[in-house]
Write a protein that binds this ligand. Structure first.
Ligand code: HEC
Length: 243
């Protein structure tokens, strides 16, 4: 083979290597370029805000009132039945008869021998007191002889309390949902994950830069957000009016 032939072969090999490198590198370069610094959508921080807000909201929240379901309450009451009757005039069991207990003074069922803790507690069994007591009797009222572990789920407590409420000749009215402080209300308006994205995200524009699909989704969601803003506070305002 003559030297010129060898050169041609080397040139061809080198050329192929260059093309190969270019094919590998150029798309990578282009793709890296496309990845935004900030994730296209980030809903994490919003959820955290909502969790924090959930703790010291006034009682009862709308979710609690909505969970007042007597049918479910009847099922939850099976946990109470071993100790409590609830029909008018039925005898006391291990625990006192619970007919008409809502808004009754604590420890006042005639003929039942209460613990001194219960006898001297001096509550009126309002919704908040019942909710607290039923969550964990031994913590809420140290020294009570109601030997019951408690109902962890707020929905269970709301349901069984509704069941207690209607077990009366003249049931007391259902509670009104407490008004949410203004700042909380604004945060809560971002909770509904309708359309897969949190309403309220558009104000945090930096987080969604560069993603056209996300922008389009947000434009669709936004009108929803407006209706919610108008609808949601209504029950709370009604609560204010009537109190
Ligand atoms: C293991 C038995 C037992 C179970 C189960 C039980 N309780 Fe009780 N309950 C008692 C006793 C005993 C008392 C009286 C407590 C005292 O005197 O300290 C009581 C008291 C009460 C009171 C206060 C009544 C009053 O007259 O002041 C309410 C309300 C009540 N129970 C509701 C419930 C509900 C609702 C459940 C089911 C979710 C339940 N209890 C489950 C034994 C029980």
């Amino acid at each position: 083979m003559d030297p010129l032939g060898t050169n041609k072969i080397m040139a061809a090999v080198l050329g192929a290597a260059l093309v190969f490198m270019a094919i590998r590198t150029i798309p990578e370069f282009l793709m890296h370029h496309d990845i935004p610094d900030v994730p296209a959508y980030s809903v994490g921080p919003l959820e955290v805000v909502v969790d924090e807000g959930g703790e010291d909201l006034p009682f009862p929240q709308l979710s609690w009132v909505s969970a007042m379901d007597a049918e479910r309450g009847a099922k939850v009451f099976k946990k109470c039945k071993s100790c409590h009757n609830i029909e008018a005039g039925a005898p006391h069991g291990t625990g006192p008869n619970l007919y008409s207990v809502v808004k009754r003074k604590s420890g006042e069922a005639a003929g039942f021998g209460y613990s001194s803790a219960m006898a001297s507690a001096g509550y009126e069994w309002g919704y908040e007191e019942l909710d607290g007591f039923l969550e964990k009797p031994s913590t809420y009222m140290p020294g009570t002889k109601m030997n019951f572990v408690g109902l962890k789920k707020p929905e269970d407590r709301a349901a069984v309390i509704e069941y207690l409420r209607i077990a009366a000749a003249n049931p007391v009215p259902r509670p009104e949902a407490a008004a949410v402080p203004l700042t909380q209300e604004a945060e809560n308006a971002t909770v509904e994950p309708e359309g897969g994205l949190q309403i309220g995200v558009p104000t945090e524009g930096e987080a969604i830069d560069g993603d056209e699909d996300t922008m389009r989704d947000l434009e669709q969601v936004e009108p929803l957000g407006e209706t919610e803003d108008i609808d949601q506070p209504e029950p709370f305002e009604a609560a204010d009016d009537e109190q």
